[in-house]
Design a protein around this ligand. Structure first.
Ligand code: DSN
Length: 466
């Protein structure tokens, strides 16, 4: 099957047929049916219902401190479970390959407009199923198999899609990696040297485990000098960027990507954003923005998940509003408080602290490994993830570090003081684990669990219980 180039998103609307009727007496409420659906599920599939219930309880009764996670407002999840999930619609607004997409077109245009507003972007593509899908679309659009890309090594905090041999990004392309200084910081001189030596077609900046600010302007200087495209993956810091608490890459990078479920408190999904380079010529035909649209559909994805697009629209509306600025401030303050308290408690942190939501504990020299520490914390209801730290020689499933984040704590309304209490809890468990030579004494586990339950009760997940 061949496809014609989808029309640009900003093409004049009108090439779709309006839906025959608006809401009427036989129109199901797009969201309220969820309550009836829950009852239906309970009666027809009690096994699954119970599992979903257990997961809801687990989330409310544990301290989620995984830096890559957050908690979406229930209205975001409801959009994701709306009737839009029934719609099949390839293509873009005004240029679909199926009938019946008039309302979906309006919703996708709304999501695009909200993404542009939230990030000050000239263009946005809201269909990627995830941050990884967004990155792979960019890679496949800009590189041919065998072309060179330069990204942060996975064991220095890079992402699988930035050139890891475990992913398409490192298997199909000639991936070169840059590393960190001995203090765990990006080394822009080294990145420049590697860029000039290897002449990559694409440089990727952004990270999954890097707690400090990234100088996107410096990356663009290097990319321009090496005649490379620059991709900024801001999946971890998108909320801080939107709130102005971290410099934005949108007008520095040729293309910016992000997942939507971390700091945007949205559904699982991804975005592609374009700034000042949106209208420049792409590598083949049309603008860079048009190239990216084709890269998502039809090159790497088929039908979009339009319910997820609606959920992104909902989350992005919140991101652009005043409450989000407070939330972002709280999550940045919370991470500072966690880092400060952990240092006071004698823990070594990668880079000594944080500029973001993320804190990386270096467990080397403590006698503990990341996997043992992660498991002990989970047994107390504190959810973190084991993570390699720069220079880590342990296997990926063992690791010498822990990665913590403040996104969900902030959403639960926790201020600096409450975040420091969470850090104390982590430190108490790790101290007890060390004292027990890698086995957490039961009394310590019970005491920590009780404090977690009490904290969670005081700071319930927002909007889920009432
Ligand atoms: N990129 C993975 C992480 O940072 O944990 C999942 O989002």
């Amino acid at each position: 099957m061949t496809f014609t180039l989808p029309a640009p998103v900003d093409a004049p609307p009108g090439d779709h047929v309006a839906p025959p009727a608006g809401p009427g007496p036989h129109t199901p409420d797009p969201i309220a049916f969820a309550g009836r659906a829950a009852a239906r599920l309970r009666h027809t599939d009690a096994t699954l219902y119970d599992l979903l219930n257990r997961e809801a309880a687990r989330q409310n009764n544990t301290l989620m401190m995984v830096a890559a996670s957050s908690v979406a407002d229930p209205s975001v999840l409801a959009c994701g479970g709306s009737t839009l999930g029934n719609l099949t619609a390839e293509g873009y607004p005004g240029a679909r390959y199926h009938a019946g997409c008039g309302v979906a077109d309006e919703i996708e245009r709304l999501a695009i407009e909200r993404a542009r507003t939230a990030f000050g972007a000239r263009d946005a593509i809201v269909q990627p199923h995830s941050g990884s899908s967004a990155n792979l679309a960019v890679l496949t659009a800009l590189l041919s198999p065998g072309d060179t890309l330069l990204g942060l090594d996975l064991d220095c905090g890079g992402h699988l899609t930035h050139g890891s041999p475990a992913s398409v990004s490192g298997r199909y392309y000639n991936a070169k990696g840059y590393r960190l200084t001995s203090e765990g910081l990006l080394d822009y001189d080294q990145i420049r040297e590697l860029a000039l030596a290897h002449r990559p077609k694409l440089i990727v900046c952004g990270a999954s485990a890097y707690p400090r600010s990234i100088d996107f302007a410096r990356f663009r200087e290097i990319a321009d000098e090496a005649n490379a495209y620059l991709l900024a993956d801001i999946s971890h810091i998108a909320g801080l960027v939107a709130a102005g608490l971290h410099p934005s890459p949108v007008d520095h990078a040729h293309i910016t990507t992000t997942s939507t479920y971390k700091q945007l408190y949205g559904p699982r999904g991804g975005l592609i954003l374009l700034g000042r380079d949106a209208r420049r010529a792409g590598p083949e035909r049309g603008t860079l923005a048009a190239t990216m649209r084709r890269a998502v559909f039809p090159f790497t994805q088929g039908t979009p998940d339009l319910a997820s697009v609606a959920a992104k629209a909902r989350a992005l509306h919140y991101v652009a509003g005043p409450e989000f600025a407070e939330l972002a401030r709280r999550l940045a303050d919370g991470a500072q408080a966690i880092a400060g308290r952990l240092v006071q408690r004698g823990m070594r942190l990668v880079t000594g602290g944080t500029d973001t939501h993320m804190v990386l504990i270096d467990l080397r020299g403590t006698g503990l490994t990341g996997d043992i520490a992660e498991e002990a914390l989970e047994s107390c209801g504190i959810i973190v993830n084991r993570n390699r730290v720069p220079g880590d020689m342990t296997p990926v499933r063992t690791t010498s570090g822990l990665r913590l984040g403040s996104n969900t704590l902030a959403a639960r309304g926790m201020d600096r003081t409450a975040a420091a209490v969470c850090a104390d809890l982590v430190a108490d468990v790790l101290d007890a684990l060390r004292a027990g030579a890698g086995v957490l004494p039961e009394a310590a586990r019970v005491a920590a669990r009780a404090r977690v339950v009490e904290l969670c009760a005081r700071h319930p997940l927002p909007g889920y219980l009432s």
